[in-house]
Design a protein around this ligand. Structure first.
Ligand code: DX5
Ligand code: ZN
Length: 219
């Protein structure tokens, strides 16, 4: 099933409650929330308190992308704040299997993220344990960057690996530089959860942008 997950990073932070409500009303399937710590990535964003505050404004699934060192320390805080899915970077988890089990024990869905330079075969041993893989299609840290074209082959390799792994449903999410012009390419390669930040929030036409994205996804 195809899903659109607008990334709050590009939204107007002065009216977040309203933005979240409008995003849901316009037909988004999930809300992608980027958590950055200024260490793993050179940028700072939100903490659990912000997630808790916007939780009051919508029933959208909250997809929390942790770009932080020592993610284990914060899993409970984000689940308590209202995260439905937590994705952790392979590059930040020394004990990835344990981290995934912790996320699931807290009652959330578990996703794993790969940076552009991290190969998909690292996931082979834990494929049966995860609900989603996020392929970064830019280097994490900032919105508004250009899509890395080699990502298409990487998505295809992951899709093949998941299919060969047997009958289980694992979502393939893509994040970074996704636009109306390349969304069909990533879907054809195997992605089904589409994150888009600037392409959704960078002008005042939120509802139209979501509508156009959904049309392009199902074209
Ligand atoms: C980047 C973040 C993305 C970002 C995408 O590190 O993970 O979610 O918001 O923004 P765009 O769609 O503008 O590339
Ligand atoms: Zn993200």
């Amino acid at each position: 099933m195809l899903k659109l997950a607008p990334s709050l990073l590009a939204a107007d932070f002065s009216t977040l409650g309203q933005v979240v409500k409008e995003t849901a009303d316009a037909g988004a399937d999930m809300l992608h929330i980027d958590i950055m710590d200024g260490h793993f990535v050179p940028n700072l964003t939100f903490g659990p308190d912000l997630v808790k505050a916007i939780r009051l404004h919508s029933n959208l699934k909250f997809d929390v992308h942790l770009m932080i060192e020592n993610p284990d320390l914060y899993l409970k805080a984000f689940v308590d704040a209202g995260a439905d899915i937590i994705t952790v970077h392979v590059e930040t988890c020394t004990h990835l299997h344990r981290t995934i089990q912790q996320i699931k024990a807290l009652g959330a869905k578990a996703g794993v993220v790969l940076n552009p330079a991290t190969p998909v075969n690292l996931l082979e041993p834990i494929l049966k344990d995860i609900d989603m893989v996020l392929i970064m299609t830019v280097n994490p840290g900032f919105g508004g960057q250009s899509f890395i074209p080699q990502s298409i082959d990487k998505i295809k390799r992951l899709k093949k690996m998941i299919t060969n792994n047997g009958p289980c449903t694992i979502d393939i999410q893509v994040d970074g530089g996704i636009t109306l012009d390349n969304v069909q390419d990533v879907i054809n390669a195997g992605a089904n959860v589409i994150v888009a930040g600037s392409a959704i929030y960078n002008n005042q036409a939120l509802s139209d942008n979501i509508k156009r994205f959904k049309e392009a996804m199902y074209a």
